[in-house]
Write a protein that binds this ligand. Structure first.
Ligand SMILES: [Zn+2]
Length: 272
């Protein structure tokens, strides 16, 4: 008997579960081996493509949908957002050949078109606008975070659907925690400069960047939470759960903890 893939969910969306389905895949219940074991969903990491497609089919089914409907984008650590419509269905789902290029965030207001992005330490940003029934999903590593992909996603949702951040439910999914994320001074300086330009007080900046043993440690969770708050998302509408992929490498893929030789878990979200 096949193990069912385990799915991580964020309780902030519970209130809307009749309208929006979301989940982050975990490592169990897949068909990949070795460092990809077992539910690797990344096609670009050197795993057997047939195994990855089989894993994606299992996860899609577990999420109540079909892989042929799923939309994926290239994820280049940029800040471009693509507005997804029916014609995009299946893009990047079975092969990288037809993936949406040069894009790190997807938004849609069309039902039954799942957005799926891949992660191993970078932060998934999940957004739901209950007023306009629209969703957004973005990939925020340190580059995307410092580029403010959180604000970009909300801006595209505003321009396209009339979304107001103050109505939105948002979550920062499992990502590498401050506990495990040492960064170079050059990267830290980019965050200090961004948050200074946004007039973020030093008490908040010290939550985002911790100086420990002469090195900076970055919290992608706190950084993206602050960027969402600055756009007007309400604190009570942002998921408080905060899970470190590197500390939980038995459940999630971690690029840092596994020295780059690893697979990818996925965040998936769609409107019912
Ligand atoms: Zn950790």
């Amino acid at each position: 008997m096949k193990l069912e893939p385990a799915v991580y969910t964020l309780s902030v969306f519970n209130k809307f579960k009749d309208r929006v389905v979301h989940g982050i895949s975990q490592r169990s219940g897949g068909s990949s081996n070795g460092c990809y074991s077992s539910l690797n969903l990344g096609l670009h990491v050197g795993d057997n493509a047939d195994a990855v497609v089989e894993n994606r089919k299992r996860f899609s089914k577990q999420m109540g949908t079909d892989l042929s409907r799923v939309v994926c984008c290239e994820q280049v650590h940029g800040t471009n957002i693509h507005v997804v419509t029916k014609k995009d269905m299946g893009s990047g789902a079975f092969t990288l050949d037809d993936i949406i290029k040069d894009t790190d965030g997807l938004v849609t207001n069309e039902k039954n078109i799942p957005l799926m992005l891949f992660f191993a330490d970078c932060a998934p940003l999940l957004i739901y606008d209950p007023q306009h029934n629209a969703i957004g999903l973005a990939h925020a590593g340190w580059r995307g975070t410092v580029g403010n992909i959180a604000a970009n996603t909300l801006q595209v949702m505003h321009d396209t659907y009339g979304t107001e951040p103050s109505d939105c439910i948002a979550a920062i999914g499992p990502c590498i925690g401050q506990c495990c994320y040492e960064i170079g001074d050059n990267v830290a300086e980019k965050f200090i400069s961004l948050f200074s330009s946004l007039s973020v007080p030093s008490s908040v900046l010290s939550q985002i960047l911790l100086r420990r043993a002469d090195k900076y440690h970055l919290s992608l969770y706190e950084a993206n939470k602050e960027l969402l708050l600055l756009q007007g998302v309400k604190m009570e509408n942002i998921a408080a759960e905060h899970c470190c992929t590197s500390c939980n490498v038995e459940k999630f893929y971690s690029y840092r903890a596994e020295n780059g030789k690893t697979g990818r878990h996925a965040a998936l979200i769609y409107l019912k």
